[in-house]
Ligand binder design. Structure first.
Ligand SMILES: NC(=O)c1ccc[n+]([C@@H]2O[C@H](COP(=O)([O-])OP(=O)(O)OC[C@H]3O[C@@H](n4cnc5c(N)ncnc54)[C@H](O)[C@@H]3O)[C@@H](O)[C@H]2O)c1
Length: 261
């Protein structure tokens, strides 16, 4: 693994208290980045701080902070603090999201709205606030947004979640073209099933009459059908944020262990 391809890069990671966001924050820091790791759950950030402190490769480059990405004022405060502390910003990784399983005909408007507010509007707010600093990056700013295979292929009981993940892809395409002439790159990461808190909670979130046969085609082919781990995604994010990803923009990178060949 290259140890310093991100040396001096300043990166904000949301959803850093758990799963993919946490693994990404640690990976980017190990590769030399100064990481502002944000989350709405303080306990998750405390766990990240402990992991970072125990990892000599991180060498103090992970700095945690609170944000609720669905709250405009919280986002404004968190991004401006990160930009000020780092003296600028080179990349943002929008990993924070929530997921509920439900039948569409029993999904309440409040639940639908909450998923949109966090996943889609939260990605917009974080990106909007980061853009002025990203456009000043001497390396060319990078936005990595999180879509999902549920945006491409039918996943049962998660229409609201899937709709936000499709919209995030469209949003990412639009900003990639809008700011390409100013050196910005924008890419959607598209994970398949990855072992994290979201997947761990999914069985309990599903409707009582869940039909498990509908999940059969969601199993990966690699590793005998086992889900991937957060590190399988974090390394790809590191590549996208680095100059190794310099010719990648306005597109999606699917990392799903061959689930949808
Ligand atoms: N795990 C998978 O199988 C999978 C598959 C496809 C896409 N994804 C996407 O990957 C990303 C990371 O997911 P994960 O699996 O690591 O999930 P996770 O639940 O482990 O982590 C999500 C993090 O987001 C944080 N968060 C939630 N609401 C927030 C808010 N309002 N403000 C700030 N932080 C908030 C949570 O506290 C949590 O720490 C998500 O965008 C998810 O949709 C995951």
């Amino acid at each position: 693994m290259p140890t310093s391809r991100l040396a001096g890069r300043r990166v904000v990671v949301t959803g850093a208290g758990s799963g993919i966001g946490r693994a990404t924050a640690l990976r980017l820091a190990r590769e030399g980045a100064r990481v502002t790791a944000l989350d709405v759950v303080p306990a998750g950030l405390a766990e990240l701080e402990a992991e970072a402190a125990a990892d000599p490769g991180v060498d103090g480059r992970v700095h945690t902070g609170p944000v609720d990405i669905s709250d405009e004022q919280s986002v404004v405060a968190a991004v401006s603090a990160a930009v000020e502390a780092g003296g600028g910003l080179d990349a943002i990784v929008n990993a924070a999201a929530i997921h509920y399983g439900d039948h569409t005909h029993t999904t309440t408007l409040a639940r639908w709205q909450r998923i949109i507010d966090v996943n889609l509007t939260g990605t917009f707010l974080m990106t909007r606030e980061a853009l002025p600093a990203l456009l000043e990056s001497e390396h060319g700013g990078v936005v990595v947004n999180f879509s999902s295979t549920s945006a491409f292929f039918a996943h049962p009981y998660m229409a609201a979640y899937a709709a936000t993940k499709g919209a995030i892809m469209s949003f990412t395409h639009a900003i990639a073209l809008e700011y390409a002439d100013r050196g910005l790159r924008a890419v959607s990461l598209v994970p398949g099933g990855i072992e994290t808190a979201i997947t761990g909670a999914t069985p309990a979130n599903l409707p009582a009459d869940v039909d498990w046969d509908k999940f059969a085609k969601l199993m990966p082919t690699l590793r005998r059908g086992k889900f991937g781990g957060p590190d399988d995604i974090a390394g790809v994010v590191a590549m996208l944020v680095s100059d190794d990803g310099r010719y990648i923009t306005g597109t999606e990178i699917r990392v799903d262990g061959g689930t949808h060949m």
